[in-house]
Design a protein around this ligand. Structure first.
Ligand SMILES: [Zn+2]
Length: 240
């Protein structure tokens, strides 16, 4: 069975990482300023400081049991995992079939030659490109106002089951993606109205999925496991 996983901030929040929405970093920073290409052009040092702080924070937290559970699914199923998260907690839990949609916090990118390289949890202060030696380097993350090349994968993954985890659907229209797959599971503690560039729809995102687990990801794992066992065994009706 092929699984298509799409994860967002709700997966890493239980590890203690501040989230960008829902009362996290939005309250402490002008996030539009420090996470946008316009803000970066206006004051790159401020943006570097912001990401230095995020990297340091990431070095102090650990993967939670949901990261480990999702990473282990790769041993049982054919998995493609797209994540909106820029942290490396899934990798640290052992995930290998992972594609970062919004870049990676532990990496810098050279503005001269485009080379991307890892700096772990260090500050980017004084770092230069190991490829060409240039000091013109930036966080290897996608800023607001930039295109995200890996979005090309969103609609091209062949799978029997689509699972959306901890993503509010406000950046990526997961309701639309769910309709492309015969089976789908949404895990989210909150019901969100579907919102697209055309405005707010008069329906909830969960209505587009064949199954909805209304819980934090760490509390949803037992139910998810039961659903996967049922689906993999081909026994019983997957839909409740
Ligand atoms: Zn370079």
């Amino acid at each position: 069975m092929r699984l298509y996983l799409l994860s967002g901030a709700g997966l890493s929040a239980p590890s203690g990482l501040a989230t960008f929405r829902d009362g996290g970093l939005w309250d402490r920073y002008d996030v539009v300023e420090v996470c946008s290409i316009q803000g970066y052009r206006r004051d790159p040092h401020r943006v570097h400081r912001f990401y230095d702080e995020r990297r340091q924070e990431l070095g102090q937290v650990r993967p939670n049991r949901a990261h480990y559970y999702l990473a282990k699914l790769e041993e049982r199923f054919d998995v493609v995992h797209l994540t909106q998260n820029v942290d490396d907690l899934l990798e640290r839990a052992g995930a290998q079939s992972l594609i970062h949609l919004h870049g990676e916090l532990t990496k810098l990118r050279c503005l001269e030659c485009g080379h991307s390289f890892s700096i772990g949890y260090l500050s980017q202060e004084g770092k230069s490109c190991p490829g060409c030696g240039s000091c013109k380097v930036r966080p290897d993350v996608i800023f607001f106002g930039e295109s995200a090349p890996n979005y090309r994968y969103l609609y091209t993954i062949e799978a029997d089951l689509f699972i959306a985890i901890g993503t509010s659907g406000r950046v990526i229209d997961i309701a639309d993606i769910a309709q492309h797959y015969p089976r789908s599971i949404l895990i989210d503690p909150v019901r969100h109205k579907r919102v697209t560039m055309f405005g707010e729809f008069d329906c909830y995102i969960d209505e587009y999925f064949t199954h909805f687990i209304q819980a934090d990801i760490c509390e949803a794992l037992e139910e998810l496991e039961l659903l996967l066992q049922r689906e993999a065994g081909g026994a019983g009706d997957f839909m409740d």
